[in-house]
Design a protein around this ligand. Sequence first.
Ligand code: DHB
Ligand code: FE
Length: 287
Amino acid sequence: MARITAGVATSHIPLLGVAVDQGKTRDDYFGPIFKGYDWTKEWEKAQKPDVVILVYNDHASAFDMKIVPTFAIGCAEHYKPADEGWGPRPVPDIEGHADLGWHIAQSLILDEFDMTIINEMDLDHGLTVPLSLMFGTPEAWPVKVIPVAVNVVTYPVPSGNRCWALGEAIKRAVETYPEDLNVQIWGTGGMSHQLQGTRAGLINAEWDNRFLDAMIGDTDAARWIPHIEYLRETGSEGIEMVMWLIMRGALGKETRCLHRHYYAACSNTAVGHLVLEPVQPDAEEIS
Ligand code: DHB
Ligand code: FE
């Protein structure tokens, strides 16, 4: 059967995509940021995941105020990078896994999560920057991707609890897919950042690090953080962090941290990155 073997969390700052595309990842500004992804790049080469369920948000590239899906799942075979105003990023097209995508969609909907099914969309920096951070600049991405788009742009956005529960349902869905597939789930966005208004540039490193702590071990405290706390403590765009809770919920009761990186600031944003492994309670009880 298919299994979720790991969770990856990362910020998706568009400027990091520009740094990759312009070959600036080792300069004085970007060097310390990209250094924090070197471990993960090597680890991914060894892990060789077949599929990444990539939880991200669209930034008015595929969706706008005409359509605001709360949770959407990509079931297409193929996606293109979005044109975000400066032309599409010069990165490979993204291959989907339509069969697993439809399986997860069916399982989630019968599990009472009313997903929007997407068969055609372009993918913006929320999804392509994490791919660049984890895989660098390959000719073709080494994984298939199932995009899971979450509305964190227009209120009302989903609660942390609902996001965590969606992650739990995604775990159940993957584990009923009969083919042996090595599946990772990634949660993207964050950390603290506010892009506009009088608090633009807000960064709260202490809160961010407490949030990173809460992704590790057997605590589910983060699923209960109210929207108002993200807004007050982490700025208006800090709400992107609810997407990490989908990743965390899909890893089960307990996680082990394999790698952790935090850096402030890049652009207006704190950079946060975690690699997590599910601790399998069954395996430990048996041994
Ligand atoms: C920035 C961060 C984001 O998450 C985003 O979507 C756009 C811009 C930034 O810090 O510049
Ligand atoms: Fe964003």
